[in-house]
Design a protein around this ligand. Sequence first.
Ligand code: ADP
Ligand code: MG
Length: 280
Amino acid sequence: IICSWKKSTSNIKDVFDFKGKMGSGSFSEVFMVKEKKTGKLYALKCLEKKHLAHSNLENEINVMRRIKHENVVGLEDFYESQTHYYLVMQLVSGGELFDRILDKGIYTEKDASTVIKQVLQAVRYLHENSIVHRDLKPENLLYYNTDENAKIMVSDFGLSKTLEHGVMSTACGTPGYVAPEVLAGKPYSKAVDCWSIGVISYVLLCGYPPFFEENETLLFSKIMKAEYAFHSPFWDDISESAKGFIRNLMEKNATKRFTTEQALRHPWIAGDTAKDLNIY
Ligand code: ADP
Ligand code: MG
């Protein structure tokens, strides 16, 4: 197969001016860059080849390039050098989900419902295209721009299988958003994303994570048993509808868990049960 889209470069700095670092993980760094030829700004994700020795990256990139959705950060282009792969991504400028909520002051169930609906639509689309994100968490939910009503964009999808992102970062970081079956080492499915969306909804509504334990063994065991609660007084004023919605997503049994379709039909998303009352 000839990959007409793959471009080789001996030095990526011939193609882009580097503006500043936007983030980094164990396998990658993300920079804001300006394409010299066009003057256009992008987010460039740089992956070291040595971490991807036997991966199926080219297949995955091919899939990611076909992904086009208004709530998914687009992959625009792809370069490789001797040492690195470079993913040229649509640049979004509104910042991460939680940073903005902290600034906002007023936050309602309706606000949370609006965000979660967009995430569900994005993830439904990924699932329709046989992509499991596997690393859904607030840092990967970015606002499109700085407008107050900016849409939310899902980023960082498609590579988690290759990078063993979920499980690896679990081993060294916080497993807070990872589904029970992932921690149990069982084969994972689309349902892992639905669990994570449940956890994100939980945090949006109360400001703290459903699982928190100093002791990692205990933390893992709590997640694997789906042992969480809606504590008083923090959850007292949250609607039963919101709690029901979360229970259906944070369902231990992956086969009983809501799909994105079901979640999108739930009244807290599709109806008017999300309260309009400030919750922070
Ligand atoms: P990692 O593999 O390190 O998680 P990400 O793709 O999530 O890499 O990027 C790390 C950080 O860089 C994100 O949390 C976000 O703040 C920023 N970022 C990533 N992609 C974009 C983008 N397309 N536009 C703007 N910022 C981005
Ligand atoms: Mg990320």
